[in-house]
Design a protein around this ligand. Structure first.
Ligand SMILES: [Zn+2]
Length: 269
């Protein structure tokens, strides 16, 4: 969903941050008037997809909703959610005891230029597809080498299944994560991106940067070892160019957090 709300303080703050990041990384300012803003986050609600073993889902409880004694309307809620559900951040701390926690991640890793590697055709043919080193090299042959500090987004096309948990995760048996099936990064692709290209972050439009069948979460561990955060359950990656978008991915700033709910947007020329 694209949206433009240029008069809100929120977008002004994003603009200032993004302009600063773009100026740092590309040597030029970001002119928001010439950009389309693409929403990369799913909304949080009763249908938000969570890992089958998650003890709770997103819950919203009313504190107030109605006319006050003063005659004016007032609404407020409390919410409760696992860090790792819906569109969310994986902080390096998730798989690295000494890795950066959510509030410690430098903003330069969450705001910056993006590339989108499209494996949607291969994933459509094989829902357990693992993006390979060769997939990354083929992308670079067509689009140029991925620069250090780039936010890499892997497009599998899986967002089309959201919020059908069974289709999206491959299995939705409560309490059982042993039969999941969805595509993601393979370890050799992750090593190339993290260790050789020194990318800022790894994002994806599935539930995890490791594929559904993974039991050892190698990609998470490769990324976390180098303090590279993950961005999971993204959407609208089909609306981004292979390169040229600027990403602003700002999670909830949870002290000591291993992750958290994430609002991610892209500026596209
Ligand atoms: Zn996660």
């Amino acid at each position: 969903m694209n949206h433009r709300r240029p008069n809100t303080l929120y977008v002004l703050v994003i603009f200032v941050l993004a302009a600063g990041a773009a100026a740092l990384t590309r040597g030029q300012a970001l002119d928001i008037s010439k950009q389309t803003i693409v929403d990369l986050s799913h909304a949080y609600g009763p249908s938000t997809v969570f890992w089958p073993t998650s003890p709770i889902k997103f819950t919203l409880e009313k504190v107030a909703d109605g006319k006050t004694e003063g005659g004016y309307y007032y609404a407020a809620n409390t919410f409760c959610a696992p860090e790792h559900g819906g569109t969310h951040l994986d902080a390096p701390r998730h798989f690295n005891e000494s890795g950066q926690a959510a509030e410690q991640i430098p903003l330069e890793k969450l705001i910056g230029p993006a590339v989108v590697i499209d494996i949607s055709a291969k994933a459509a043919a094989n829902r357990d597809y693992l993006a390979t080193r060769e997939d990354v090299l083929a992308f670079e042959k067509a689009n140029g080498q991925i620069a250090p500090g780039t936010i890499v987004l892997l497009r599998t096309g899986w967002s089309r299944f959201w919020p059908n948990a069974k289709a999206y995760l491959g299995d939705d048996t409560p309490g059982d994560a042993s039969k999941l099936s969805f595509p993601s990064y393979g370890p050799d692709a992750a090593r190339l991106l993290v260790d050789e290209r020194r990318v800022a972050a790894l994002g994806i439009d599935t539930a995890s940067n490791d594929y559904g069948k993974s039991t050892d979460f190698q990609v998470h561990r490769i990324a976390a070892a180098k303090n590279v955060p993950g961005l999971e359950n993204l959407t609208n990656l089909d609306k981004l160019p292979a390169r040229g978008a600027t990403i602003v991915a700002l999670p909830m700033k949870i002290e000591g957090g291993s992750g958290g709910p994430l609002r991610a947007v892209a500026f596209v020329r």
